[in-house]
Design a protein around this ligand. Structure first.
Ligand code: B30
Ligand code: ZN
Length: 272
């Protein structure tokens, strides 16, 4: 499991790898009925008054230990060194943030092809940030997969707009993780500095889904915020300077899974 799956953009270089339409050959869960990401159709979302603003605990804290940033061959992932938590917002438990990573598109001459995983009314954004949380009583993600409601991911759209100075440190680190397997230590940041202000996080969508890569584990509580993070076109383009593999491999671009069918699910939202 986890071997030889790839994104569509890797097929030229690795013609035999399993692209998203074939992921079910790696793990049958990938053709389940509760898969992520999805297109959120706003005319069909259901208002749920229990979806109050989330509580963010320790999101403002800049820890003292370094963060580990890694190119794992499908994204750039940062393993956190503190344990910020979320609760409330209709979650029945508290969840601890363990890592964050990004999905993005591809730079074009005068343009940028969007690479978010979720879309709203068919509209994708440039990128998507995922902050992966596990139930506070779980040891790690594998342990969290064994318990119900073990994983909660917060999804933030990233839109091309003004430069976001809070992302400077992180984006500067991309040079140190150009190739698969490379890691680097970076100064930690308060998680709150990477996402919109708390007041802007009151409007969100909630649904039951999955991890967006194999094994496509289901039982993930998804929260997708309406308000996007803003980065400049230059900042967004920097992500596409890392590579999927070694020195002469293709640039890591379009590392998103296409949207999946909603099937018998509903999407709830926090605002009437
Ligand atoms: S996502 O937020 O739904 N995109 C995992 C976590 C979050 C998402 C997808 C996957 C995850 O932890 N997967 C299992 C671990 N991975 C290792 C890894 O970090 O990168 C195993 C693997 O592929 O098969 Cu590579
Ligand atoms: Zn992700």
């Amino acid at each position: 499991v986890g071997y030889h799956w790839c994104y569509q953009s890797q097929k030229d270089e690795q013609p035999t790898c399993k692209d998203p339409r074939q992921w079910h050959l790696i793990d049958a869960t990938c053709k389940g009925r509760y898969q992520s990401p999805i297109n959120i159709v706003t005319k069909n979302v259901i208002y749920d008054k229990s979806l109050q603003p989330l509580n963010f605990e320790g999101y403002d804290v800049k820890g003292s230990s370094k963060w580990n940033i890694e190119n794992n061959g499908h994204t750039v992932k940062i393993t956190l060194s503190t344990s910020p938590k979320i609760g409330g917002g209709g979650l029945r438990r508290k969840y601890r943030a363990i890592e964050l990573h990004f999905h993005w598109g591809a730079p074009e001459t005068l343009y940028y092809l969007p690479g978010s995983e979720h879309s709203i009314d068919g509209e994708k954004q440039a990128m998507e940030l995922h902050i992966v949380h596990i139930r506070e009583d779980a040891l790690d993600i594998n342990d969290a997969k064994k318990i119900s409601d073990g994983i909660a991911v917060l999804g933030f759209f990233i839109k091309v707009d003004e430069e976001n100075k809070n992302y400077a440190t992180l984006i500067n680190e991309l040079d140190n993780v150009q190739y698969k397997g490379k890691t680097s230590q970076m100064d930690p940041l308060p998680l709150s500095s990477l996402i919109p202000p708390e007041d802007d996080l009151r409007i969100y969508y909630r649904y039951d889904g999955s991890l967006t890569t194999p094994d496509c584990h289901e039982g993930v509580i998804w929260t997708v915020f309406k308000k996007p993070i803003e980065l400049s076109i230059f900042q967004v383009s920097q992500f596409a300077t890392v590579h999927f593999d070694g020195k002469n491999s293709t640039y890591m671009i379009e590392n998103f899974r296409p949207t999946q069918l909603l099937n018998e699910r509903s999407v709830y939202w926090s605002s009437a």
